[in-house]
Structure formats: structure tokens, C-alpha cells
Design a protein around this ligand. Structure first.
Ligand code: BGC
Length: 742
């Protein structure tokens, strides 16, 4: 007995000694050291092969080639280095939720958030944080430590197939929300990315077209969105895009990767390529750190060719060390090493509630004539028409597609396409607006009519007190829509229903803006975007007034394609050789700024969104500070509790007319309640980027600010004089713009 105890004690001490020894020989495992130091210490121990091993990885789909058993099966896998305690990178797409393409991991799911535009329409940094956190936790519980989430491309092109994944057309809004989503994900010890760096505004010829723009204009628009997102969220990785900018591929762009991202902004994480976006080995010298989805490129440039280049002296070993350290640094900074993913159960109900909240805040009431909405439960006959609204709500296609197993209906897209699986069928989440509305309005008789034939739908509408048409526009990665017209004759359907029933409401489930030739004939319009896993419930609560709508448009709805900076989508009907590039006509003035500059009247302006109550704005005070400091009162002047999104715009800068969102907030008010809102505008939003002088400059003079409920509904104005000069920090500032809740 005594002997056994001594043996156990001895073994225990030996184990402790081994662990202590391990800590001594593995000093990078000390979490008290800073991530740069830890990365430096471990990288020093690596062989060249081990370094190179971290710099390229496969698309981890079993049918593309054999995978090591530990690879979870997902967009990407990069083996670790067990002898040094460096874990493998298990990467999954996750812009809108944890994906499981082609159900590689049998039976596994994820919670689909509403689309990016819906999230942006919340103007709510907390909704973005909670969504990012939820996705991060689901990923961690499924064995992932890197998420390819966070599309922050400005939606310059409303026909863009991926506009639904992004966060709208304004750099402050998109940058703030993307940064919060990243923070949320990384709070779960899962590395997050921002993508696609940069100016990847459309899908047409996405692998070839060059978007040509002066660098200063890029700094003030798309790059500013990335800059704000990176400052706020500190993502472990940045994904460069497919397209070219001013001639150079985004992943092979010395000026943007080495110059702006790593140089001016001092970004310390790593740059990973998009899948199949590496044009050659020289990209390593031009700032790319890791080749992802290597089977999709012409060669595994960052494998044997990179090794040969280092050994042959054409690429300095120091560059390979830097690439390696950047990856390791992010692993340590986000806590991937100390907190490895652990497979475990997920509370999908709690996660769906996070998605539902975002949908309820992001659904936008565009029109509500004669207060037709909310539907009061008065024993009325309500007919839902079209859009598969008996079954569920639409989602967008492509690599961001989230498919909870057994909880979707797939509708094949007509026509032959080259794109496989998630790119070729419309996916409806089984959150039925019909069922949800029946539950939310028990006093009404709610029925459904499919709506294939306008005449039959009109007859059904005629027999009802209220007709709600659900109109859909499916969009997907890999293809833009040719125009902004609702597909499949839905305009005729809506017009026929509206002619038959004066109480017609249209619910839009669209990837982005659409034209509404029937707008004058219908009483109410709701933009529901792709509303996610509980979109049906969110819509029913909004239609019945259990939730007061509070979403505001993060993107302008044009009155016609002729208003767009590119009336014809660049590259339409051309080959890559025929259409090498296009000039970004609007330059820095993307979205609503373009409409303001051109004096165009859109169908619905940026920032627009109605409520079942009303709000008043008063007592604006504007003060010059580091940037501009504003405060003002918002009052709920109606009879229902509600949330308002007050927006502050710069309307003139040193005497010159401009229009720029410089602050926003989301506040909840009871009837009659007033709250004071304060905001600090980031100086970069007031100035201009001067490429020649390499920095942000503010011209001295008077700066006028207007505050209101949209970019066109500006209730009051105020001025402050700024003394001007260079914005400190040379393009890199420690604090992102913050809008404080009042
Ligand atoms: C997309 C990326 C995605 C990657 C991996 C690419 O086609 O552009 O957004 O992360 O595939 O699935």
C-alpha cells in the first residue's frame, strides 16, 4: 500500500517536472507574455518547412482530396505543429452564421442571422456584437478557431450578388458594425476576419475586372470602412479580394497591403487570400501572408515555390518569418492556443433569439399610408400571397449560406449554371410567416394563396379585407442581378392584387434595393431583406405591432438604374480580356453621397425608416473638439413605445456642401419621453485624405451638421468652427468613432 502510494506520488512529481520543463522549453506558452513576443519566440524554433506549412492551406472538402482525420471539413484547413504546441487552423465561412457547405459535416448546423444589410439596417452595434459572439460560440463548439466572416465592402452596386452579405454603403456604419461583429466573435477565442480587401463591389468578372479609383478617394470610402472595422475589432486576419484595383490584383497589391494596411495602419494580423485569388509567388513580397483554398489557384505558390525562392535567395527568409509570426501572433492574441475549441452542445433557441432580435430591429417600414399597419386583430380576412410565405423566408446564396439541417426548403434556380450546390438553389428557412401571423393575430382569419397567376391572386385578394404580397428576389455570390426589377413577373402580381384590394401591403424579401413601379397603388411596404432563422416570427410581430419597426435603410433605393453611377453594370456580356477595368465613377462619394452630389431624388433615401410612433428632434448643440461633439434631444411624440435611430450628417465642410454620416445612435423611448443623445464625430469624417501629404487634413472653417431620421429628413442644423490642420496619427488613429446611446 505504502509502496503504491510512493509510486503514485513519484509519478505525479515526474509529471509536474515534465510540465515545468515544457514551460521552460516552451516559453511562448506563457500567456503573460505579449502576443508579439510569444510569436517571435515560437517562430524562432521553427524549421523552414514548418513555417511554410502555415502559409498555405487547402479548401477542406473531402471530394477535393484526402484530408487528415482532424480536419473538420469546411472552407479551409491548415495543419498545426504539434511538437511546438501550435494548433491547426480550422476555418469556416461565417458571414451570416456558421456554414456547413454541402453538409460535409453530416447533421451539423448553424443559426442563420438575417442578411448583412438587415443587420446594418439596425444601426445597432450591440446587435452586431451579439451576432458575432453567437456565431463565434457556435463555431468554437463545432471545432473551429477561424471564421471567414465580416464582409465590409461598401455596397456600391445595388445589383451586386453579394450586397446582401455586406453592411451597406456608408463607411462609418459598415466599419462600426463590422468591428463589433469581429469583437463578438473573437470574445469566443475564435479568430475573425474582415473581407474582401478591397473594392470587390460586384460579382460580374470578379476574378478579372480592375476597379480604378484615385487612392485618396479609396481612403475616404471603402478603405475607411476597413480602417474603422480593424481599429474597433482588431481582427486576427484580413482577406484580400479577387478583383484588381488600379491594375493590380488585391492579393498582390503592394501599395494597399504593405503600404496602407500594414504600413499606415500598423496592422499586425495576417493577410489571407480569398479562395483562388493568388496570381503568383510575388504576392508574398507584395504583402500577402497566406494562400488559402490552394486547389483553386494555378499552383501552390506558397508551398514548394516559396521554399525554393527562400533557399535560392530571391525572397528573404525574414519575409517568411514575418508571414509566420503574423499568423502566430493572431492565434495568441485571440486566445486560440489557451482556449482550443471544444465540441459541445449549443443552445439553438437562445441563438435564434439573437437572430430574431436583429431581424426585428433591421426590418424597415418603408411606407405606411393611413396607418394601415399595424394590423389590429379585428376579425378581418387577411390573405398572404406568394413568396412561399406559407413555408418560410428566403436567404441568399453562396459561401455565406447557412443551412440548419432539416430546416430548409430548397427551390432549384431555373437554368443551367456552372456554380454548384449552395449557389444553385434558393434556400428558404422554415420560419413560416403564415403560421407566425396566425399565432400573432388569433382574431383574424389568415389564409395563403401561392400567387403564380396574377388574375387568380387578384381574385383571392378581392375576397379579403387585407392582402399582403410577399415578393422575393434571390441573389447569390458568383452572379449579379441584371437589373433592379423584381423577378418572375412579381411586379404584375403586386399591381393586380393592389387593383383588386385597396388595403394591399407588400413585404419584400430581397438581397438589396428593387424598383417599385406599383408603389403608388399599395398602402404599405416593408423591406424584410433576408430575415434569418426566425424571420417569419419577426415579420408577424412587426405586422401586428407587437414590435414597433425601427430599421433604417443602410443603402439608397434608386428610382431607376439610370441614377446609378454605372447605369450598365461593368463587364456585362464581356469577357475578362474585353473588359479589363472600369473607372469608379462616384469615387469617394458612394451611395447617398452620389445622389446628393448629382442632385438625384431616389425612391427611398439612405437612413429612411418609419415607425408606428413619431419622434421629434430639438436643442442641437455642436462644439468643436478633437472632431465635432454634438448633443440633441429626441422625444417620442406619439402614443406607442418605440426605438429611433437619430442620424447626424455633415452637410457642409468649410463652406463646401457635402453629405456624410458622422454619427448615429439607437434609443428606446416611451410615449412622451425625451432623451439627450451625445455623439463625437471622428475627425476623418470631417476631413479629406491627401495622398500627396500622406494624411487626413481638415480645412479651417465652419462645419455644419444636420440631425434627423434619415439623410433626407433632417430636422435641425448647427455649426462649429474648426481650426483645421492635419488629423493626428497619419491615417492611423487609436479610437474608432463612437456613437453613444443617450
Ligand atoms: C468567397 C469568400 C469565402 C471563400 C471560402 C470565396 O469564394 O469569396 O468570401 O470566404 O470563398 O469559402
Amino acid at each position: 500500500m505504502q509502496a503504491t502510494r510512493r509510486l503514485v506520488l513519484g509519478l505525479g512529481l515526474a509529471l509536474l517536472a515534465t510540465q515545468a520543463g515544457a514551460a521552460e522549453i516552451r516559453p511562448w506558452m506563457d500567456p503573460k507574455l505579449d502576443p508579439d513576443e510569444r510569436a517571435r519566440l515560437v517562430e524562432r524554433e521553427m524549421t523552414l518547412d514548418e513555417r511554410i506549412g502555415l502559409l498555405h492551406g487547402v479548401m477542406a472538402f473531402p471530394f477535393l482530396g484526402p484530408l487528415p482525420p482532424e480536419a473538420r471539413g469546411s472552407a479551409g484547413y491548415i495543419p498545426g505543429i504539434p511538437r511546438l504546441g501550435v494548433p491547426a487552423l480550422q476555418e469556416s465561412d461565417a458571414s451570416l452564421g456558421l456554414t456547413n457547405p454541402l453538409e460535409i459535416r453530416k447533421g451539423e448546423g448553424g443559426t442563420p442571422m438575417p442578411s448583412g444589410l438587415a443587420l446594418a439596417a439596425t444601426f445597432d452595434p450591440d446587435a452586431a456584437y451579439q451576432g458575432g459572439r453567437m456565431i463565434g460560440h457556435e463555431a468554437w463548439s463545432a471545432g473551429f478557431n477561424v471564421l471567414l466572416g465580416g464582409g465590409v465592402n461598401l455596397t456600391r452596386e445595388p445589383r451586386g450578388g453579394r450586397s446582401f452579405e455586406y453592411l451597406g454603403e456608408d463607411p462609418l456604419l459598415a466599419g462600426t458594425l463590422a468591428g463589433e461583429a469581429v469583437r463578438g466573435t473573437q470574445s469566443q477565442h475564435v479568430i475573425s476576419t474582415v473581407k474582401h480587401f478591397v473594392l470587390n463591389s460586384q460579382e460580374t468578372l470578379r476574378h478579372a475586372l480592375s476597379a480604378n479609383i484615385p487612392l485618396s478617394a479609396l481612403r475616404e470610402s471603402d478603405l475607411l470602412a476597413f480602417e474603422l472595422a480593424i481599429e474597433r475589432g482588431e481582427p486576427g486576419a484580413v482577406m484580400c479580394s479577387y478583383n484588381r484595383i488600379n491594375g493590380d490584383f488585391a492579393c498582390d497589391n503592394d501599395r494597399l497591403l504593405n503600404g496602407v494596411l500594414k504600413g499606415d495602419w500598423g496592422y499586425r494580423g495576417w493577410v489571407m487570400s480569398d479562395w483562388g485569388a493568388v496570381p503568383g509567388l510575388q504576392a508574398a513580397v507584395h504583402g500577402l501572408d497566406q494562400q488559402s483554398g490552394q486547389q483553386l489557384d494555378k499552383a501552390v505558390y506558397f508551398g514548394a515555390p516559396l521554399k525554393a525562392a527562400v533557399e535560392g535567395g530571391t525572397i528573404p527568409p525574414e519575409r517568411v518569418s514575418d508571414m509566420t509570426r503574423r499568423i502566430l501572433r493572431s492565434m495568441f492574441a485571440v486566445g486560440v492556443v489557451e482556449n482550443p475549441p471544444q465540441r459541445g452542445p449549443v443552445d439553438y433557441d437562445a441563438d435564434a433569439a439573437i437572430a430574431q432580435r436583429a431581424a426585428e430591429e433591421g426590418i424597415v417600414l418603408l411606407k405606411n399610408q393611413e396607418g394601415l399597419l399595424p394590423l389590429a386583430s379585428k376579425g378581418r380576412r387577411v390573405v398572404l400571397i406568394g413568396g412561399f410565405s406559407d413555408v418560410g423566408v428566403l436567404s441568399g446564396g453562396g459561401s455565406s449560406q447557412v443551412i440548419p439541417p432539416g430546416a430548409v426548403m430548397r427551390v432549384p434556380v431555373a437554368g443551367e449554371g456552372e456554380l454548384p450546390g449552395p449557389f444553385r438553389s434558393m434556400v428558404f428557412h422554415l420560419s413560416s410567416p403564415l403560421k407566425a401571423l396566425r399565432a400573432a393575430a388569433p382574431g383574424d382569419q389568415v389564409s395563403f394563396f401561392p400567387g403564380e397567376y396574377p388574375a387568380a391572386a387578384a381574385a383571392a385578394a378581392h375576397d379579403a379585407d387585407v392582402a399582403i404580397v410577399f415578393a422575393t428576389q434571390w441573389t447569390t455570390e458568383g452572379a449579379d442581378v441584371p437589373d433592379l426589377t423584381l423577378p418572375n413577373g412579381q411586379d404584375q402580381l403586386i399591381a393586380a392584387v393592389a387593383a383588386a384590394n385597396p388595403n394591399t401591403i407588400v413585404v419584400l424579401e430581397t438581397g438589396g434595393p428593387v424598383l417599385m413601379p406599383w408603389l403608388g397603388q399599395v398602402k404599405a411596404v416593408i423591406e424584410a431583406w433576408y430575415p434569418g432563422v426566425r424571420g417569419g416570427e419577426a415579420l408577424a410581430r412587426i405586422l401586428t405591432g407587437q414590435v414597433n419597426p425601427s430599421g433604417h435603410l443602410p443603402i439608397t433605393f434608386p428610382a431607376g438604374e439610370s441614377q446609378l453611377p454605372q447605369p450598365v453594370l461593368p463587364g456585362t456580356g464581356r469577357t475578362a480580356e474585353e473588359a479589363p477595368g472600369y473607372d469608379v465613377a462616384e469615387g469617394a462619394e458612394a451611395g447617398y453621397r452620389w445622389y446628393a452630389r448629382q442632385g438625384l431624388e431616389p425612391l427611398f433615401p439612405f437612413g429612411h425608416g418609419l415607425s408606428y410612433t413619431s419622434f421629434g428632434f430639438a436643442s442641437l448643440a455642436v462644439k468643436a473638439g478633437d472632431g465635432l461633439e454634438l448633443s440633441f434631444d429626441v422625444t417620442n411624440t406619439g402614443s406607442r413605445p418605440g426605438m429611433e435611430v437619430p442620424q447626424a450628417y455633415l452637410v457642409s465642410a468649410a463652406g463646401k456642401p457635402v453629405l456624410r454620416l458622422i454619427g448615429f445612435a439607437r434609443i428606446s423611448l416611451s410615449p412622451g419621453e425625451t432623451r439627450r443623445v451625445t455623439m463625437t464625430a471622428d475627425p476623418r469624417l470631417l476631413g479629406r485624405y491627401d495622398e500627396g501629404r500622406h494624411g487626413w487634413w481638415i480645412e479651417p472653417g465652419v462645419y455644419r451638421v444636420a440631425v434627423g431620421a434619415s439623410s433626407k429628413a433632417l430636422a435641425m442644423q448647427g455649426d462649429a468652427r474648426l481650426k483645421g490642420g492635419q488629423v493626428p496619427g497619419k491615417g492611423r488613429r487609436p479610437a474608432a468613432a463612437r456613437s453613444t446611446h443617450g
